[in-house]
Ligand binder design. Structure first.
Ligand SMILES: [Fe+2]
Length: 524
């Protein structure tokens, strides 16, 4: 989502990334994802020349055999699974392998080989066994715009050694070079040519993002659970309705965007796109400790009301019949919550769920692309959460390019209303550039929205730790992303105790030191 209230100024485009011509087909790295107690998805894509015209990655138009290995040790002396798969030109020579029958709750290493070329080694892990609940360290990221900054947040998250990474959407941006700029007009490197509309353009864009070394390193370090938002197709699309591009042939763009997303992410075959449909809502258990209910808030929604944007006085947003996740997905969620025996139930989704009023005083001004544009659906889902009795609901959110921590209330207009659970919103990795810390504006925002406990307009990620008794969320921020190598600092920490359904601020991290030598942050 891009907030329409933001001002975009003209700036200069950065340097484009030179294609590599080494013959090594593993220029896009390796990845793993969607761990279960006995399996994992392993991914790579063959592309010796990833940014070559046509999006074929410099590969011939024929099938290529790729060997893979999964081992218990980094030196591959104890290989437990191996095989050969066929990389097909029709899927951009992407490779998705789903080894099963693995041991629960343990680390594995994997690699691929074709011809004389060996891929980098990736590290991954399976989920713990049912009936066990070892601690889980996980990271949450979203909104990684290649032009607007360096992906240092991915590197800093990797330094926290997460067992699992959640990417909640806007993994790529579809805009033409310079099509979406920070308020200060800064662009540090240029997107591939053209706004993404065709499969070729989406493939080139994904390939460009995958060449980033910080992105590659975080993929190679831990399994990801990834779900798309709008920019994997186009800004603010909604179900069958196009977004703000103003271009015809939306369905063709969606088909192309979905296909390229699948080709480049460690997704299971169950998420293989069929034309303009893709099964992305899914459930993943982490022993008895946690269940991740991954939601798709894009594919099944009604169009944004009142012509979208940030608006006051939009009564259509309150209409009972309007859906966001849709009846089928809501039923799937409700029954999964009812059946859940997990200590923590984490809803990994895209857009801001808590009410968020941007207007000081009486009346509300809200972002209509968020759950505030679909209030009846929010009431239904929060009602389902309560009715299910699912233990410790935690909503994980991206999209908005700011950190937020919030309590979720049955009635957001009554501060004493019943607490349903909490919402942790991760800021962007780079989108909107360096960002800023604005205590005065933040104080007003929080006063107007008393259920929101924390807001921060800088870039970063959430590093969380889950045990049977407590969730702890450290909000990391970076002082800049338009230069490389920023340190990250924990600027706020919250805990949620088992059964509490509300945030507690933790003061223990206020003085935690940055993790790398800090250079002076640029100030506008
Ligand atoms: Fe975004």
């Amino acid at each position: 989502m891009d907030l329409t209230r933001r001002t975009f100024l003209i700036g200069t485009a950065g340097m484009s990334l030179a294609p590599r011509r080494t013959g090594d087909p593993f220029t896009l790295g390796v990845a793993s994802g969607d761990p279960t107690a006995d399996g994992i998805v392993l991914w790579t894509r063959l592309a010796p020349d990833p940014l070559t015209d046509g999006g074929h990655g410099g590969m011939p138009g024929r099938n290529i055999d790729v060997d893979w290995q999964l081992a218990e040790d980094e030196k591959f002396t104890r290989v437990v699974r191996s095989g050969t798969v066929t990389a097909q030109p029709s899927w951009a020579h992407s490779v998705h392998v789903e080894p099963s029958g693995l041991q629960p709750g343990r680390e594995y290493f994997y690699r691929f080989r074709t011809g004389r070329h060996l891929s980098p080694t990736g590290r991954t892990r399976t989920a713990p066994a049912p009936g066990t609940a070892p601690a889980l360290a996980f990271g949450v990221v979203s909104c990684s715009n290649y032009e607007q900054g360096y992906f240092t947040a991915y590197r800093r998250l990797g330094e926290q050694h997460p067992d699992l990474v959640l990417h909640l959407g806007d993994y790529i941006y579809e805009y033409a070079p310079g099509g979406y700029k920070n308020s200060d007009g800064k662009i540090v490197r240029s997107h591939t040519e053209h706004r993404c509309q065709t499969l070729t353009e989406f493939r080139l864009r994904h390939a460009q993002y995958k060449t980033d070394p910080d992105l590659q390193a975080l993929h190679a370090l831990a399994p990801w659970i990834a779900v798309n938002d709008d920019h994997e197709v186009e800004n603010n699309w909604a179900g069958v309705h196009p977004g703000t591009s103003g271009r015809p042939n939306f369905t063709q763009r969606k088909v192309a965007g979905y296909r390229a997303y699948y080709e480049h992410m460690p997704l299971r075959r169950t998420s293989l796109p069929h034309g303009s449909r893709m099964q992305l809502y899914r459930r993943l258990a982490w022993g008895d400790l946690a269940t991740f209910h991954v939601l798709d808030t894009r594919q099944f929604r009604d169009d944004q009301p009142c012509d979208d944007g940030v608006r006051a006085n939009c009564s259509d947003r309150l209409l009972t019949g309007r859906v966001l996740v849709g009846a089928e997905q809501r039923q799937w969620l409700a029954s999964g919550l009812q059946a859940s025996r997990a200590r923590w139930n984490l809803l990994a989704q895209q857009i801001f769920m808590a009410q968020h009023d941007y207007h000081l005083g009486p009346g509300k001004e809200v972002v209509l692309d968020t759950w505030d544009g679909y209030t009846a659906e929010r009431d239904r889902v929060l009602g389902d959460l309560v009715a299910s009795g699912a233990r410790n609901p935690v909503v994980l959110t991206g999209d908005i390019h700011c950190h937020y921590a919030s309590d979720l209330l049955v009635d957001f207009d009554d501060p004493d209303s019943r607490r349903v659970g909490v919402e942790l919103v991760t800021t962007s990795v780079t989108s909107d550039g360096d960002g800023y810390d604005a205590p005065a504006g933040r104080a007003i925002e929080l006063e107007e929205n008393p259920h929101i406990a924390y807001a921060d307009q800088r870039r970063g990620f959430i590093a969380a730790r889950l045990t049977p008794t407590e969730l702890r969320a450290d909000f990391h921020t970076l002082p800049y992303v338009t230069r490389r190598n920023a340190p990250s600092t924990v600027t706020a920490s919250f805990t949620v105790a088992d059964g509490a359904h509300r945030l507690s601020r933790s003061n223990a991290t206020a003085a935690r030191a940055p993790q790398a030598a800090a250079a002076a942050a640029p100030r506008r």
